[in-house]
Ligand binder design. Structure first.
Ligand SMILES: Nc1ncnc2c1ncn2[C@@H]1O[C@H](COP(=O)(O)OP(=O)(O)OP(=O)(O)O)[C@@H](O)[C@H]1O
Ligand SMILES: [Mg+2]
Length: 320
């Protein structure tokens, strides 16, 4: 006979879990950041499904909600509405304790700026061991060496971090992110601070990990050249999945979203001339940033645009 407390815990666990072929399922996911004066709708009804063992790139312009999505997936922040299931677990029903366990056991993170994970005066192997020590993990040295080998650094285990290149440091960060054997690896602009060649090599590490360890990998990137090398690319525009780009040509990908960092490539990007935006229930809509910039209208708390209703159309002008 279970105690009432245990029974309740079991019921809560059952409520969280559902069998699923998907590692990630977002449906109509909404995230609203509230600050003193304004509300920012960072995700406005985003849909995304990622199968277990998939490697996916998320692309989109600055401010489109990529990091917000990753933070939701990683349990670093909570969605405002919608549904979010990771490995069959419903994150919207999570308690604080569930979140803590989830972050510890299910996800690994790699950031653009790895400073928050790494200690410059420790060696590569010491850096990988450190979080394991803090988690009370056993067989740390053995595991750290195995992970450094997995990221191609077995010849640099005793090098101090500040004596390693940016790409090598990023490999150490990837090794650390794998220390808890995560089911899902989330990487936010992991190649944002390295050159093209190093960036390709790092992508190779992610692909290798995805293939050999069966980890589901989500990589956020600005770099279309890199995205081109990933089989599944999902584009976010203004907090929604605007398109799924599967093995399209570079020119096609560029056409999907104007204004991205094209890595200096000169291929002409056609402007997206028709844009659909979603109105929320209270009638608010988010106007794409590039439209506002084109009209030189700045967002913020003060009114800076005029509206006219003419022939069933609403016109927005810069306020005179
Ligand atoms: N903590 C926060 N408080 C208020 N607004 C936020 C917060 N975090 C993000 N935002 C806003 O949410 C929107 C989405 O931001 P997010 O960081 O997810 O974009 P991004 O696609 O990662 O951009 P970038 O490519 O520049 O990293 C932006 O308008 C941003 O200003
Ligand atoms: Mg970001």
């Amino acid at each position: 006979m279970l105690s009432k407390k245990k029974q309740k815990k079991l019921e809560h666990e059952q409520e969280l879990i559902a069998e699923s072929e998907y590692a990630i399922e977002c449906e109509n996911l909404v995230k609203i950041y509230k600050t003193d004066q304004i509300e920012v709708v960072a995700l406005q009804g985003l849909d995304l499904q990622v199968k277990k063992g998939e490697l996916v790139a998320i692309v989109g312009t600055s401010g489109s909600g990529k990091s917000t999505l990753l933070n939701m997936l990683g349990g670093l922040d909570k969605p405002s509405a919608g549904s979010l299931t990771v490995n069959g677990r419903n994150l919207l029903k999570f308690t604080e304790e569930d979140y803590m366990i989830y972050k510890r056991n299910t996800v690994g993170f790699v950031w653009q700026n790895n400073a928050r994970n790494l200690v410059p005066y420790l060696t590569a192997v010491q850096n990988v061991e450190l979080p394991m020590l803090l988690q009370g993990q056993k067989k740390r040295r053995e595991k750290a060496l195995e992970l450094l080998d997995a990221v191609g650094l077995s010849n640099r285990i005793n090098s101090r971090l500040d004596q390693m290149s940016g790409g090598e440091q990023q490999r150490v960060a990837i090794a650390i992110s794998l220390a808890n054997d995560p089911a899902i690896l989330l990487a936010d602009e992991p190649t944002g601070s390295v050159d093209t060649k190093t960036s390709d090599q790092l992508l190779g590490v992610f692909k290798d990990i995805n293939r050999t360890r069966g980890v589901t990998v989500v990589i956020v990137t600005h770099d279309l050249r890199l995205a081109k090398q990933i089989d599944r690319v999902v584009s976010i525009r203004d907090g929604r999945t605007s398109s799924e780009i599967i093995k399209k040509s570079h020119a096609e990908i560029m056409r999907e979203s104007s204004g991205w960092d094209t890595g200096g490539e000169e291929e002409a990007a056609e402007e997206v001339s028709e844009e659909l935006v979603v109105l929320d229930r209270t009638g608010r809509l988010q106007i794409p940033k590039d439209y506002l910039e084109a009209l030189e209208i700045k967002g913020g708390s003060k009114v800076k645009a005029d509206l006219d209703l003419e022939n069933e159309r609403i016109y927005i002008h810069k306020a005179q």
